[in-house]
Design a protein around this ligand. Structure first.
Ligand SMILES: [Zn+2]
Length: 447
């Protein structure tokens, strides 16, 4: 199936997304598209940057179709933050009967998504960059009182993506989208682990939507970086399908694993580099590198002498993990949330021993599945660099100690089982994290 056909099939299955239009020069279709799916006036919501990319053309197309519009444009500097507070402010501005039109990329789409959802209405999104996968996903990753989480919402009912606009976005934004998509490589490995251990089965609808085309979408980083329309179209199709896969699966499991947990911690820390907040996709690119280094490390181990009974007896109890969480998270509210997430996946004693016995039994087959699907960290580094995405932690202002600490605490953030949990349950997380952080330093010195 071509990318277009895959999108059509996914939209037909979607409970919320009614139409996705991707093409060159399609902003002129905004009026007809709106009229097909909405009635009444439109409020165009953007930051100044997104407005500059597509606002006037969308406004003109809607006006030409006889649709009343008004603008709600917020400053682009400092870059708007993806918070529930901003979403609430936009919702408060909505007038009865209006449909929001989000014009922009990650942050604007996420806050309008949340505003529309909590107002009980649908919205249309005009994408201005291939910078992340959230246009068609049902969740909005927003911070609420400092805790970053993916809040269940409804995706845009209609997505309009003009490839001329998207290919002209700042190259670093396309690099972020490439990074967000690259994260699906280790996230697939995480899901394979959870599947093999009987924790969370792979879903044969959502899995192929993300994993079947992934190699192809990531295959041309140079052309993506140079703004080649066809290559950028592939990237955008991939990001759109990933969003639809999350909606189909009912969670972000198809798209997010250890890579995103690591990235979310940096986002929660409000990581800045060179005076700019580091974007989601940039954090995911580096998170994906860290996750792949953990996989590389695990796959290089000889686990023949691994003793499940001995490890289960020595593994930390829930009380010990709670103490570690309180130690690692300064903010008591965030620590409280992390404890809830960790409790949901914690096993100890006989249950842990049973899991580790199963792990040892399935390891040869599991390792083969992982090798067949995963990329090595080196291969990913080569691709990310060519796509113009960050590669090493230093590229986003994270030093090796901060990277290691992030790897060690990321698993507490979500109940989702990943390579971080497997390593932890085997008693191997600490050396793996040290090696992964060292690998990053060595790569830096080597370049
Ligand atoms: Zn993401």
């Amino acid at each position: 199936m071509s990318g277009d056909d895959l999108i059509r099939a996914a939209v037909a299955r979607s409970a919320s997304v009614a139409e996705v239009m991707i093409g060159r020069g399609v902003l002129a279709e905004a009026g007809a598209l709106y009229a097909r799916h909405f009635a009444g006036p439109a409020v165009l919501m953007a930051d100044e940057r997104g407005w500059g990319a597509a606002g006037p053309a969308v406004e003109a197309a809607l006006t030409a179709a006889g649709i009343a519009t008004r603008r709600h444009v917020i400053p682009a500097r400092p870059r708007p933050k993806p918070t529930v507070d901003l979403a609430d402010a936009l919702r408060a501005d909505l007038r009865p009967g209006e449909t929001p039109v989000a014009i922009g990329s990650g942050v604007m789409n996420d806050v309008v998504k949340h505003a529309a959802y909590t107002a009980g209405i649908s919205y249309i999104c005009v994408a201005t960059a291939a910078s992340m996968d959230g246009y068609t996903s049902a969740g909005a990753p927003l911070s609420e009182k400092g805790f970053k989480k993916t809040i269940p919402c409804r995706p845009a009912k209609v997505l309009l993506a003009d490839l001329d606009v998207i290919a002209a976005a700042p190259p670093e934004m396309t690099g972020w989208g490439y990074g967000d998509l690259a994260g699906k490589v280790p996230a697939g490995g995480d899901w394979i682990i959870a599947d093999a251990l009987g924790i969370e089965a792979i879903d044969d609808v959502a899995w192929p939507m993300v994993q079947d085309g992934l190699e192809g979408w990531l295959a041309q980083p140079d052309r993506i970086a140079s703004g080649d329309r066809d290559a950028v179209e592939g990237l955008f199709l991939g990001l759109t399908l990933v969003g639809l896969a999350m909606e189909a699966h009912g969670s972000s499991r198809p798209a997010s694993g250890a890579d995103h947990q690591i990235a979310h911690l940096w986002e929660m820390d409000d990581l800045h580099h060179h005076g700019e907040r580091v974007s989601h996709g940039a954090c995911v690119a580096v998170g994906a590198m860290a996750a792949l280094r953990l996989f590389d490390w695990l796959l290089a181990r000889d686990l023949a002498t691994f003793d499940p009974a001995r490890r289960a007896a020595a593994a930390p109890t829930l009380a010990k993990k709670v103490a570690e969480i309180r130690h690692r998270f300064d903010d008591p509210e965030i620590a409280g949330r992390a404890i809830v997430e960790t409790r949901a996946k914690h096993v100890e004693g006989a249950a842990l021993q049973a899991r580790l016995i199963r792990f040892r039994q399935v390891w040869p087959e599991l390792a083969a599945r992982l090798r067949a699907r995963l990329w090595t960290a080196d291969r990913m580094a080569w691709h990310l660099a060519r796509a113009g995405a960050p590669v090493e932690a230093a590229d986003i202002g994270v030093d090796p100690a901060y990277l290691r600490d992030t790897i060690l605490k990321a698993r507490f953030l979500r109940s989702r089982y990943t390579v971080l949990d497997l390593l932890d349950e085997c008693g191997l997380l600490e050396p793996a994290a040290v090696a992964a952080a060292q690998g990053a330093t060595q790569a830096r010195v080597g370049t």
